[in-house]
Design a protein around this ligand. Structure first.
Ligand code: ASP
Length: 440
């Protein structure tokens, strides 16, 4: 049995958190590969080391005063080293870091030092070998992650190694310089390592006991999700459920390795299992509810639109020209509505309307703003009758006006458009009809 364990920033924010993480690693012989984040926040008002590094680099690379913040970063690490009682000095590392900051080695280099230095400390504390991610994780000239090259090199390197710490979040460009993934990217590193070693399980340790059915800021004490499929998770995280980086499922998915989200502060909780597929019947008809505010709908009307070949392409071409991606396109016989992110659209609205007129000569173009989209996701919906009916009657009871409906043909999700102001009310109503009412 082989497990890869990734610890998030809050799980490694202080010496006492690192002790908890180390206890978790030591409690199970099969936890052989450890992927750490940089130290995160110790309290709600604390700073993440990654953010401090960005700030410090900004100042140092533009000739401004940077010593104070550098000192705070150094103190953060030295505090951890002292409290853990380690015989370790990072002075040489900090010397190199300062030179590279003033020498403008790049923002990504700067940010990556958070994981790099934390990795050195954790490897020392655990008695594991440290492996610099820059040697084994690769990007191309355009910043695209090279999954196959990385997998080949990393597999070969790790084949001969056991008990290794590989810092999360970064790798290297073809010229050897450092590149990071997007924020929260240590989750991706953990997944890459799990794939490379053919792990049985990728454990992702964080500060919550897995995914919840919906956002606890909207619904009080929502139920935890025991098991979720990769596809369900993809739908939910795209719509805003954030626990795991949305790209973190791709590497493990290639090998069908499950991910277990666990809580470092409550290691006894089973957390959420993320799997390829499962025979386990979901506890409720739906697995999760997520959503986002801030969409615009552009409705185009033209008599006989449906007979015009190429109509949709010409319309979408206008959006493409302005770099606007679309979310959903519900359509009728003579109408087509395009949902877009309001923030991407506002600056170009008049140009887009004019472009549509030129491209397809519509009868009218109508704009509506401040809409929210809610995704109700669940593998259980396929086998259950009346799911859509229940959603809409719950929304009607809650006096929420439904502005759009879109059911994916996979029957994995139903997307509902409502006014921004109805967003929270709609989520609560859907939660109640499926979870509160079905609670066993
Ligand atoms: N430390 C990085 C961040 O704050 C990456 C990570 O924690 O996954 O985004």
């Amino acid at each position: 049995m082989k497990k890869v364990v990734k610890f998030g920033g809050s799980s490694l924010a202080s010496a006492s958190q690192i002790r908890k993480a180390a206890d978790i690693v030591r409690a199970d012989e099969s936890r052989l590969y450890v992927v750490p984040s940089a130290p995160g926040k110790r309290t709600a008002s604390d700073e993440k080391v990654t953010d401090m590094l960005y700030q410090c680099y900004e100042a140092a690379s533009s000739g401004k005063e940077y010593q104070k913040i550098l000192e705070r970063i150094r103190a953060r690490y030295n505090g951890i080293i002292t409290e853990l009682g380690l015989d370790l000095s990072l002075e040489e590392e900090f010397k190199a870091l300062e030179e590279n900051f003033t020498g403008k080695k790049g923002r990504d280099y700067a940010a990556s030092r958070g994981e790099y230095l934390n990795g050195i400390i954790i490897a020392k504390y655990l008695g594991f070998t440290f492996l610099d991610a820059a040697e084994v994780i690769f990007f191309d000239e355009d910043g695209k992650f090279l999954s196959e090259k990385t997998n080949d090199v990393l597999s070969a390197r790790l084949e001969k190694m056991e008990r290794v710490v590989i810092p999360g979040f970064y790798g290297s460009n073809p010229d050897g310089s450092i590149r990071t993934f997007s924020r929260g990217g240590s989750d991706i590193t953990g997944s890459i390592v799990a794939r490379a070693v053919h792990a049985d399980l990728y454990e992702n340790w964080t500060d919550v006991s897995g995914f919840l059915v919906t956002d606890p800021r909207i619904v009080k004490n929502p139920e935890p999700i025991e098991t979720i499929t990769y596809r369900e998770l993809r739908e939910l995280s795209y719509m805003g459920a954030s626990v795991l980086h949305e790209d973190a499922i791709f590497p493990v998915r290639k090998e069908g390795i499950p991910i277990n989200i666990r809580n470092t502060n409550r290691p006894e909780d089973p957390g959420t299992m993320i799997v390829e597929s499962t025979c386990r019947k979901p506890r409720y008809t739906i697995t999760g509810i997520a959503g986002k505010k801030g969409f615009c709908a552009i409705t185009i009307e033209k008599a006989m639109m449906n007979a015009e070949v190429g109509f949709g392409r010409k319309v979408l071409d206008v959006f493409e020209r302005y770099g606007i991606s679309f979310e959903h396109i519900p359509s009728g016989i003579d109408t087509m509505t395009i949902f877009v992110h309001q923030s991407e659209f506002v600056d170009y609205e008049q140009s887009v309307i004019a472009g549509i007129h030129r491209a397809v000569q519509p009868d009218t173009v109508l704009l509506e703003s401040d809409l929210a989209l809610i995704a109700v996701v669940g593998r259980g919906m396929k086998a259950t009758r009346g799911t859509a009916g229940r959603i809409f009657s719950a929304l009607a009871h809650a006096r929420v006006n439904v502005r759009m409906i879109d059911q994916g043909s996979s029957e994995l999700n139903i997307i509902i458009g409502v006014d921004n102001v109805d967003f929270e009310k709609a989520i609560q109503a859907i939660y109640d009809i499926f979870i509160t009412a079905e609670e066993k």
